[in-house]
Structures are given as C-alpha cells and as structure tokens.
Design a protein around this ligand. Structure first.
Ligand SMILES: NC(=O)c1ccc[n+]([C@@H]2O[C@H](COP(=O)([O-])OP(=O)(O)OC[C@H]3O[C@@H](n4cnc5c(N)ncnc54)[C@H](OP(=O)(O)O)[C@@H]3O)[C@@H](O)[C@H]2O)c1
Length: 313
C-alpha cells in the first residue's frame, strides 16, 4: 500500500499545461439547463474535478471523460505508479493539468489531510467520491478490520470530502458531487452485508442532502451502477467469482456508466442507475418481499455451501 510520508508532500503538483476547452469538446458537453460548465470555454475559466479511486475502473474513466471536457484534475488513490501513468496519459491526450494525490482513504490521518486540502480548492466544480472495494462471505467471518476499512472508504471519506467541498460550491453557486454507490443499495443481500449497507447510506445521504440545498446549482448524485467491467472483481476477495457466471447483458462498460452519470447531472435527479437492466432489477428488487424471495433465498443457499463458522475451542 503506497502512502505519502512527511517528507513527500501528499499533494504532488505536476507540470501543468494551461487548461482550456477544445471547442469541439465544448459542443459535446451535455449540461444544458444548468448554468455552468460549457461557459468555461467562453470565459477561459479554470474548473477542477477531484476523483477518488482514480487509479482504475470507473474512477479512471471519469478522469478521461472530464479531462476531455477540459477539467483540471486531481486524482486520488493509493497506487502512485498507476496515478502517475494515468496523469501523464491525460496530460498528453487532452492537454489539461493533472495533479495526483496519494492517499489511503481508510487511514484517518490521510483522510484528514485530504479533507483539509479539499477545503483550500477554490475552483472545485466536481467531486467524485468513487473509491471503493468489495468483500464476499458471511459478516461474522470477514475480518472486522476489512469491514471498518470499507465503512471508512465508502462512508467516512465521502461524508468528509463532501463536507469539505460543499461550502465553496455553495458560495460559488456551482458544483456537482457524485457519490458512487451501487444497485446493491437497493438489494438486501446476505454475503455482502457491509457493502450493501454502506452503499445504501450513500444513496440516502445524497437524496437528503440535495433536499437541503437551495437549488440545483449544486447538484448531488448517487450513481448506482450494476455489474461493471473494471478491476473490482479481480481482487483476491473475488477469486472464486467468474464474470461468465452471470448473463452478459448484466455487465456494462465503465464508459457507459460514466457517460450516463455525466448526462444525468443536468436532469436534476439524484439517483442515477445506468442501464435498463439495472433499472429493471432495482424496480423488481426494491420490493423487500420480492428481494427476499428471489435474491436472499438464492444467496442463502449459496452461503450454505460455504463452510459455516466453527465455534471457538
Ligand atoms: N465494478 C462494479 O461492478 C461496481 C458495481 C457497482 C458499484 N461499483 C463501485 O464503483 C466504485 C469504483 O469501483 P470500480 O468498479 O471502478 O473498481 P476498481 O477498478 O477496483 O477501482 C476501485 C478504486 O478505488 C480505489 N480504492 C480502493 N480502496 C481505496 C483506499 N483505501 N484508499 C483510496 N483508494 C482506494 C482503488 O485505488 P487504489 O487501489 O490504487 O487505492 C481504485 O482506484 C466503487 O465504489 C465500487 O463500489 C462497482
């Protein structure tokens, strides 16, 4: 796990090329009804997007899409080498400024430093709370430390960074906060208890927070992807999981997830579920009775096949 230390500034500023919007990309910009992002080009305004979990998957895809729109980027994750490679690629491809910030969001000290840094960002326009990971198995058998790390990364980091970013966004009357949740927020599943619960927190947090805001000039989104092709299922936790065990139509590319999220920001809706198959699943499984019948029954029988915890001697 790579971490910055006291001699290495956590925030590594990198060679910046003047940010600006290439004209053709401005035309692509999907935000129409809200004041904002396409006026950047006209006013040569600098706008910053900070993405957690940017070293792979959905986070790296957000980085590409937002760099294509001319955003100055701050990329956060633990793997410094991956962040460096991505940053260089983005600078060369899109000619934007990219800074990297190496932090373990499960580490309270790292998170405090990042939170303080976010409070100083006076051009922050998009915050993507995306970092996350999964676990599999029974709650009682999964190491408690892993589950507490998950609560830190999914909940505490998102709450603290949102709290740090929001005052500036409200003062500037401009901003977007995307909390990457999951369709599992709506599916009560044995075998992934803390994951479902933390993602459900993010959806309710996002919906309630939007209601508190004076208008949609600061937009909150809970992005709820279904199965997405990323490195998420490559971790040792998912060694027994085979992507092919699920029907192909359930899987989406990260590009489609991120495009749907960015387009949805202009709709004013807080909950964004990319893909018709996921919206259908959520509609069906939002009914707790049905969810119990279909998902829990199937997963319970799967869990029964795995060894049950043994009583201590
Ligand atoms: N893929 C799916 O099927 C799926 C479905 C629904 C929701 N999601 C959600 O989408 C988000 C992104 O996941 P992904 O699918 O893109 O998976 P991924 O490719 O594994 O990316 C996860 C990212 O989170 C970062 N991360 C994990 N733990 C971290 C920590 N302690 N501190 C800082 N960064 C950390 C990782 O970076 P480092 O390892 O470099 O730190 C990586 O950049 C997650 O919140 C996940 O729950 C995924």
């Amino acid at each position: 796990m790579s971490k910055h230390n006291s001699t290495t500034p956590a925030h590594q500023s990198t060679s910046g090329i003047t940010p600006g919007f290439p004209g053709s990309l401005v035309a692509w910009w999907p935000f129409k009804s809200r004041p904002s992002l396409n006026t950047l080009a006209a006013h040569n305004r600098v706008a910053t997007a900070l993405i957690t979990g940017a070293s792979s998957g959905i986070g790296a895809t957000f980085a590409h899409k937002l760099a294509a729109l001319g955003y100055h980027l701050i990329l956060v994750a633990r793997r410094a080498d991956r962040l460096h490679t991505l940053a260089e690629n983005l600078r060369q491809t899109y000619r934007v400024t990219v800074d990297i910030y190496v932090a373990d969001l499960a580490d309270p000290a790292d998170l405090t430093r990042l939170e303080q840094y976010v409070r100083t960002l006076d051009t922050l326009e998009i915050l993507v709370n995306n970092a996350g990971f999964g676990t599999t198995g029974r709650f009682a058998q999964i190491e408690l430390s892993k589950q507490l790390d998950m609560i830190h990364v999914h909940i505490l980091a998102s709450v603290r960074l949102t709290h740090a970013a929001l005052p500036g966004m409200l003062a500037r009357q401009r901003g977007n906060i995307i909390n990457v949740a999951s369709i599992t927020a709506y599916i009560i599943m044995p075998g992934t208890v803390t994951y479902c619960a933390t993602k459900a927190y993010l959806t309710i947090f996002s919906e309630a927070l939007q209601m508190e805001l004076p208008d949609r000039r600061v937009q909150i989104q809970a992005l709820c992807p279904g199965y997405t092709y990323t490195e998420f299922h490559d971790s040792p936790e998912y060694a027994a999981f085979k992507r092919g065990s699920l029907p192909e139509f359930l899987w989406m590319p990260a590009e489609a997830v991120v495009e749907t999220s960015l387009k949805a920001l202009s709709s004013g809706k807080v909950i964004c579920i990319p893909g018709w198959q996921n919206r259908l699943l959520v509609t069906i499984l939002r009914s707790r009775r049905l969810s119990k019948l279909v998902v829990q029954k199937r997963l319970r029988s799967k869990l029964r096949e795995s060894p049950a915890p043994q009583p201590a001697d």
